[in-house]
Write a protein that binds this ligand. Structure first.
Ligand SMILES: *[C@@H]1O[C@H](CO)[C@@H](O)[C@H](O)[C@H]1NC(C)=O
Ligand SMILES: *[C@@H]1O[C@H](CO)[C@@H](O)[C@H](O)[C@H]1NC(C)=O
Length: 192
């Protein structure tokens, strides 16, 4: 597997897939009746989800990222990895501990899309596989700069999250070299 894209030629910054780790915070209060197809109906209000996003950005059997395109030499002055594209299938867990319960995946694309800083554009599907939102997804599209509090729009969803809109706030809690593990804490606020 190829190495993840890099923020600079020398430093493997894992801002690849800052996305999500879903741990449905018990703060979610959806208790609505199921729709005809069995998924929970909209609660007509705001759902708050809290979870942790885990990315293993090393190459290897347990890696969760694949660098699929590197910029041509000299592109954008070769700064900030501009032009790099990666595909990710990252983990969403209840906690920051890598052993905590897996509740979903963050699948999608990240692209280093700024000539002037380490900013990426991300297209991600949060696919929930456990808990009250098992089988439902959220779609995120937005910009992220690792090291800051990242705010990204939620632009849609499926299942319990049909017609979703909202936003996420995330921040890095751990980038644990030499384990090549990036952990982001996520809060998602969803109207659906
Ligand atoms: C991959 O994960 C498995 C299961 O957690 C672990 O036993 C193994 O040591 C890991 N391999 C690497 C290269 O990290
Ligand atoms: C999630 O839903 C799938 C499909 O219905 C089911 O097979 C699986 O057992 C569920 N997982 C959990 C942890 O409930």
């Amino acid at each position: 597997m190829a190495a993840p894209h890099r923020a600079s030629p020398a430093q493997p910054l894992p801002f690849l897939a800052p996305l999500v780790a879903l741990l449905f915070l018990a703060a979610a209060t959806t208790t609505a009746a199921a729709a005809a197809d069995g998924v929970p109906a909209s609660n007509g209000g705001m759902t708050h989800l809290h979870f942790y996003f885990h990315e293993i950005y090393t190459a290897g059997p347990n890696g969760t990222t694949a660098a699929v395109a590197s910029p041509p030499a000299g592109a954008g002055g070769s700064s900030f990895g501009f032009g790099s594209v990666s595909v990710v299938d990252d983990m969403l867990r209840e906690g920051a501990d890598p052993a905590s319960r897996l509740i979903g995946r963050a699948q999608g694309l990240t692209a280093a899309a700024s000539l002037s800083e380490g900013a990426i554009t991300t297209l991600l599907n949060f696919v929930f596989t456990d808990g009250p939102y098992n089988g439902s997804t959220l779609a995120l599209f937005g910009r992220a700069v690792l090291g800051s509090v990242m705010e990204r729009p939620i632009v849609g969803g499926t299942g319990a999250f049909r017609m979703a809109r909202g936003y996420t706030h995330s921040r890095m809690v751990k980038s644990a070299d030499p384990d090549n593990l990036l952990v982001l804490e996520y809060d998602a606020y969803v109207l659906h």
